[in-house]
Design a protein around this ligand. Sequence first.
Ligand code: ADP
Ligand code: ZN
Ligand code: ZN
Length: 728
Amino acid sequence: MRIAKVEPITTTRALRGPFDYRLPETMADAGVGSLLMVPFANRRMLGVVVGLAAASELPPERLAEPIEVLDADVLPDLVDLGLWVAERYCSTPARGLSLVLPPGYGGGARPRAARARTERRAAITDAGRAALTEGSRLGARQRIALELLAAADEVSGPELTAAGAGADVMRRLEERGLVSQGATEVRRRPAITSVGAKSAGVSLSGAQRRCVEAIVGSLDGEGPREWLLHGVTGSGKTEVYLAAIEAALERGRTAILLVPEIGLTPQTLGRVASRLGDTVAVLHSALSEGERFDEWRRLRSGEARVCVGPRSAVFAPLADLGLIVIDEEHDSSYKQEGDPRYDARAVAARRAAGAGAVLLAGSATPRPESWETMERLSLPERVDGRPLPPVELLDMREHSPRAGPLHPVARDALAELSDGAKAIVMVNRRGYSPHLSCAACGEAVSCPSCDVSLVLHMASGLLGCHHCGHSEPPPRECPSCGSVSIVRHGAGTERIERVVAELIAPARVFRLDADAVARHGGHAEVLAAFDAAEGGALVGTQMVAKGHDFPDVALSVLVDADSTLRYPDFRAEERTFSLIAQLAGRSGRGERGGRVLVQTLAPDAVPIRAAAAHDAPGFLAGELERRRAFGYPPFASLVAVEITGPDERRLIAAGDAIAAAVGPAIAKGSELLGPAPRFRRRNRYRRRILVKTLEPGRDAAAIGAALGDPGIASTLRGITLAVDVDPQ
Ligand code: ADP
Ligand code: ZN
Ligand code: ZN
C-alpha cells in the first residue's frame, strides 16, 4: 500500500496535518510535491503531498483516497522550504506551503487555477498553394486568406479575422484540404520597462573581475557559499551580479535575482532582461494572473532559467539552482509583513544551502548582521574612478520654520541648476503638512481611530490618516477651545514639490510618492518621465533613493535626515545611515559631478556624520559594538509577540498574562521586554512583548506552546495575536 501524507491548504489555524490518504494504482505517479484534491470532512480540499509512506497508523478502512491528482505540482525542495518557513516563523504548514504553490492555487476548496491561453493558427497546405497558382475557384475571402498564408509560415486567427477571413472561411478551406489549422499556446509576457542608463556589454574592471572570480570559485565548489558584496553606490555591482548569473547558467545551473520592489527598480530588471533575454522570467504581484501563471510555468519547465522578482521570487520553481543574488540586501521590504512573516534573506540562505547554491548579497550599505557574519567582497570605488559626491550637512537648528522648509543653501543650489542638470529631493512624508495644531491651546488635530496626527493633503483639500485611511475636511476652529488660528507644521512631499517648482521653473518637478504613483499608474512611469526630461527635479519619499541610475542628477537634497532617527527602534541608526548614503548615491553618476545637501537638527548624530563621510565600514564597526553591548542582532535574535484589541483594559490584562506565561518558558539566557504599549491604530490598542534570545528556534517553539495553553487562550478572547520572528 502507498500512503500519501497530505497537508490540506486551509486557513484554519487549528487544522494540523499531515493526514494520510491511500493512493490507488491509478495515482502511481503521485509523489512529494503533487497537488491533490482530497475529501476532507465532507468537503473537497486542495492538498500538497509532503511525504510518502508504506504504511499508516490508521486502519486501512479509515483511509480515504484522493479524488484526483492535479496536473500541476511543486518541486520537492520547495515543499521542504515551505514547511521550514512555516516552522521558523511560527506559522502553519498550509500557509508556508501556500508560498510555493503555482499561481492561482491559493487556499479554498476549488482552486481557481489560471489556464494557458491558446490561439488558433493556420498554415497553407501544398494543395492550398496549388489552388492559388492553378487558379482554382476560390471565394474572395478564401483567396485573401490563402495569399496571406502563402507569404508566411503561420498566421494567427486574429490576424486572419482582421483580414476578413473569419472562422467560417477558414473552416471551409480546411474542409477542402487547402489549409491546416491548429491551436498553439501563446505566452503572456509581462512588459519590461527600460529606464535610465543601459548596460551595453561592458568589460569588467579589475575589482569587478576579482569579485566575479571569487563567486565563480564558489560555484565550482571552492571557498565560501555565501558572499556579501559591499560596493559603494555606482561601483558596478549589477555587472557583477550579471556575470555571476551568466557563470551559473554556463554551468547548467539556474539563478534567482531578488530585488527590493520591482516597481522601484525597473532599471535592474530592464538590464537583466536586455542582457539575458528570454531566459529571464519575472514574478511579482503587479502581473496579471495569466502572466504570472505563464512565467511560473516557463520557470517550472526549465524554459526560463533566471527569475527576477521581489521577496516572493525566492520561491521560484527552479530546479538545479546555482545562485541566489539579493540586490540591496539592506532593504526592509525583504521582510513579509503578513503571515508567514518571513524574511526573504533568511529564506534565500536556507534555500541556497539546501540546493548547494551560492548566495550573493549586495549593497552599498549592508546590514550590520551581514557585515558581521558573511565573507566580504568589495568594490570600494565608483566605476571610472568618479568620486563620491561631497555631502554637506545643513544645520536646521538655526533655521526658522517661517523661512520655509528649505535651508537657504539648498534653495540656492536648486535655483542654480542649469544646462539640463537634475536634482532629487527627498522628504519622508507624503502630503502637504504633516501636523496641524491650535495656536491658542496647542491641541493637535489627530485621527479619531489612531493615535497619530492627520496630514493635510492639498490635492484633495482634506486631512487624511496614513494608518487607517480616515479623512475629513480641515477644521475651521479648534475643537477644544474654539480658536480659529490653526497652524500647519512641517512639510511633506506636496509642499516641497511647490517650493522646488518655484525655484527651478521653468524646469519641471516630478513627484514620486504613494499618492502620485496611484494617480499616474506606477513608479516606472514617473521615473521614465524624469529620465526623459531635460533637467528638472524628482521630489518624493524614500522611493526616490532606491537604486536608480540617472547620469544627469547633480544634486541630492534630504529635507529631514532626522525623521528616521526619531523612530524608537534599534534599527533607527542603521536606517538613517543607509538612507543618507543611498540618496547620496543617486548623485554625481555622470560627467556633471554631484553635490549632496542634508538638512538636519542633529548634525552630530553618529549615523549622519558617518554617512556624510561615506564611511560605511566605520559606521558598521561602531554600530556592531553598540549592538553587542545591548544584545541586539546579530548577537541575539528577536521574537516579538504582538497583540491588538479594541478594549484597552482587556488588552493590558492579556499582555500581562502572556508575559507571565512566556517568561518562564523561554531559555535561561533569554530576556523578556515589555509588554510595551504601541500607538493605537484603527481603533485597536496594541502592545508588544519582545524576547531577546540566543536560541530563536527553541524559544519560538516555547512561545508558541505557551500561547497555546488553555489558560492563556481564555484571556485572548477578542484579541488578535501575532508572533513575529526577526521583526523589522
Ligand atoms: P551599482 O549597482 O553598484 O550602484 P551599477 O551596476 O548600477 O552600480 O553601475 C553603475 C554604472 O556604471 C552603470 O551605468 C553601469 O552600466 C556602469 N558600469 C558598471 N560596470 C562598468 C564597467 N566595468 N565599465 C563601464 N561601465 C560600467
Ligand atoms: Zn485650541
Ligand atoms: Zn487613523
